[in-house]
Design a protein around this ligand. Structure first.
Ligand code: FES
Length: 211
């Protein structure tokens, strides 16, 4: 099994390449990461700077704004009143408030947002919504297509590649098709009327390659 980050979004893309063409991490860096000594260091604790990752490739960070990536409000900061209840989810990206860097350097950063009825939201996931705005990773957990389709009758996000379906009111759980796990959910908050990232993705973004 091989994590999709290797392919489309993560650490290995930024590492040196050896003479055989394989990507490597310098031994000194491995020591720092605790990988040679056997000391387990969760990757999430390393941060983008430690990994030499440019800010536009870093996953959405707490405090980032959300910006519409498409539609009539493309380029604008997301505000709840700009969305309609249970509309087809639209894509958005996070933007660093300090540097105005749009985190558009990795497919894994694309999210889909819509407005929900809080009362219908599963209690377990309700705190991830902000005044009804919810955000899920756009990356299908099956083989990584963008989940851009929408079943307006059943209120499900759907993947165009192999028809996996995800329940927006229940944490992006799989309700049809071959996807093995839910879409990752991005917790949000509203500050001064604008939607911001409240915490890192809940759940793993991307898919797992099967060999
Ligand atoms: S990639 Fe989405 S269902 Fe296969």
């Amino acid at each position: 099994m091989k994590d999709s980050e290797d392919k489309v979004g993560g650490v290995v893309e930024n590492t040196p390449v050896n003479r055989k063409g394989a990507k490597t991490v310098p031994r000194r860096a491995l020591f720092k990461m605790g990988l040679v000594t056997g000391v387990a260091v969760p990757m999430a604790t390393l941060g983008s700077a430690a990994l030499g990752q440019p800010p536009n490739r870093a996953r959405p960070q707490q405090g980032d704004f959300l910006v519409f990536e498409e539609g009539p409000h493309q380029g604008e900061v997301v505000r709840p009143e700009l969305l309609e209840l249970e509309q087809k989810p639209v894509s958005a990206l996070a933007r660093d408030p300090e540097t105005d860097t749009l985190r558009d350097g990795s497919r894994l950063n694309r999210i889909m947002i819509t407005l929900i009825d809080n009362e219908k939201m599963s209690e377990r996931y309700r705190s991830n919504a902000a005044e009804g705005v919810i955000a899920y990773s756009a990356i299908c957990t099956h083989t990584g297509c963008d989940v851009i389709n929408w079943d307006a009758g059943l209120l499900r996000m759907a993947c165009p590649c192999h028809e996996s379906q995800f329940d927006i009111y229940n944490g992006g759980n799989v309700v049809g098709g071959p996807a093995p796990r839910p879409l990752a959910m991005l917790p949000l908050e509203v500050v001064d009327g604008e939607v911001k990232v409240a915490a890192a993705f809940r759940g793993r973004v991307g898919f797992t390659q099967q060999f």
